[in-house]
Ligand binder design. Structure first.
Ligand code: F6P
Length: 471
């Protein structure tokens, strides 16, 4: 079997709070020959194009450092101040600085230069996320003819949001240099298809070599998942039980309403706390009977919009405390730090309701992890945003419009009052869906499409095909 090379901005680290992507892919690579390539997490003064290998808990990981300026332009700038807000339909939060695109391309070129000497011709390359859209173009420009796949972990934007992104034509051309493009949800494939249809016959600066053509790029939805059985085990582990005991002391019989999200404006945190405020305002019987715990580890905090989201959330949580707290009762706890998976699994199992209400989200693995962690005899209820990719999978969650805080408050009340039998039957269907969309099958189905066994032996490479069609 050919080697697998996974490429992403962040590589798996040793920290307890690894992101969803690292958690999902660690297992795939552990079962196959290959390595992971990405940024080392270190900033230097001079650019570096020679990767260093290290062993991270049995995985072979190759990394390069980035210069401070390049990282600022590529990560905080183009990736997270232009692509992230635009792809999440928050054009009001996008900042356009014309120098960032050059930094974004420079880092992608640097990745390609450092990766190329490590490649064998039959390696299969799987590139992850919006930071690295141009990587296939840059590798192909250096002569790599490998099979290359790209997976977008965040939603694909609507056509007009895409057009608002500087250099979107080049980015679409870059997408067309992959053999397979995977998206989280059917919604994303539909948005992508619409954008491509609008752009057919478009060329960049009239140069035929710069034309993009998606004829040889397959685009499909591959909804990512978690490992629900692993969460079931973790939710009763020693670490989970320790966390449950700590929380149980605070709850003293109250029902737990839980939210776990990176502190990001796409997660709809202020709206969520406002919905909880409305629940308490409209249902005085619930005061002293419920407690909300929102875990929100800080994220991308060098970016102004993230600092502002954090301030807004502080203010709303303070308002709810001031309005409803009493000397012997607090309506909520708000924790700005990350916890390990086992502690979270314990909290998921303890929760009566999980509030997963992003304004827009690629998939949302918290929804999957919550379901996997439930006690089948006494499961909690998932209140889920219609605008998370997970809503296409979890029909038996209570689906809400997170912008409508009255609707979310009412969904929360329904969830808290839901009889055991209904909770059990909804959870059985949710668990079946989480099992059907587990992370193993996700990576197997993507890689099976990217490098079907029949294509491995001597098929013409993408580059040859591409150049022949241009001749
Ligand atoms: O959701 C997209 C994503 O890139 C995840 O893959 C990742 O876990 C998360 O955002 C964290 O982002 P960052 O690397 O910017 O902290």
């Amino acid at each position: 079997m050919s080697r697998l090379v996974i490429v992403s901005n962040r590589t798996p680290g040793k920290s307890a709070a690894a992101g969803g992507l690292a958690v999902a892919l660690r297992k795939t690579l552990a079962e196959r020959e290959g390595f992971w390539f990405g940024w080392s997490g270190k900033l230097t003064d001079a650019p570096e194009t020679r990767a260093r290998f290290e062993d991270v808990e049995g995985l072979s990981v190759a990394t390069i450092d980035l210069t401070r300026d390049d990282h600022q332009a590529y990560y905080a700038g183009f990736s997270n101040s232009i692509l992230w807000p635009s792809f999440h339909l928050r054009l009001d939060l996008a900042h356009i600085d014309s120098t960032w695109y050059e930094g974004y391309r420079r880092v992608n070129q640097q990745f390609a230069q450092a990766l190329l000497p490590l490649l064998r011709p039959d390696d299969v390359i799987w590139v992850h996320d919006y930071h690295l859209i141009p990587l296939a173009s840059e590798l192909r420009a250096l002569g790599a003819g490998n099979r290359m796949g790209f997976y977008l972990h965040i939603p694909f934007p609507t056509a007009d949001a895409l057009y608002a992104i500087p250099h979107h034509l080049e980015l679409m051309r870059d997408v067309s240099r992959y053999d397979l493009v995977g998206m989280q949800a059917n919604r994303d494939v539909a948005a992508f298809t619409e954008a491509v249809e609008n752009m057919t016959h478009t060329s960049l600066a009239g140069d035929p070599l710069q034309m993009f053509d998606f004829a040889r790029t397959e685009v499909a939805a591959f909804p990512i998942g978690s490992d629900p059985e692993a969460f079931a085990r973790m939710s009763v582990s020693a670490a989970a039980t320790k966390m449950v005991k700590r929380m149980d002391r605070v709850l003293a019989g109250q029902k737990l309403v839980l939210g776990v999200d990176r502190l990001d404006y796409s997660k709809g945190l202020p709206q969520r706390v406002e919905a909880y405020e409305k629940l308490l305002a409209n249902n005085s019987r619930l005061r002293r009977c419920v407690h909300m715990l929102q875990i929100a580890p800080p994220s991308r905090d060098s970016i102004k919009e993230y600092q502002e989201t954090s301030d807004t959330l502080d203010a709303i949580c303070g308002r709810v405390m001031g309005r409803f707290a009493e000397p012997d009762w607090a309506p909520l706890t708000y924790v700005k730090r990350a916890y390990g998976q086992a502690s979270l699994a314990g909290l998921y199992r303890l929760a009566r309701v999980a509030l997963v209400t992003p304004l827009r989200d690629g998939m949302n693995l918290v929804a999957h992890e919550f379901i996997g962690s439930q006690n089948p005899a006494d499961p909690g209820v998932l209140v889920l945003s219609r605008f998370a990719g997970a809503a296409e999978i979890f029909e038996d969650a209570i689906l809400v419009n997170p912008f409508d805080t009255d609707e979310t408050a009412e969904a929360l009340r329904l969830a808290l009052d839901m009889p055991l039998e209904e909770r059990q039957s909804r959870w059985r269907s949710l668990m079946a869906a989480a099992q059907e969309h587990n992370v193993d099958d996700w990576s197997k189905s993507f890689l099976g499409r990217l490098s079907p066994p029949s294509a491995a032996a001597g098929a013409p490479t993408r580059d040859i095909l591409y150049l022949a069609s241009m001749a």
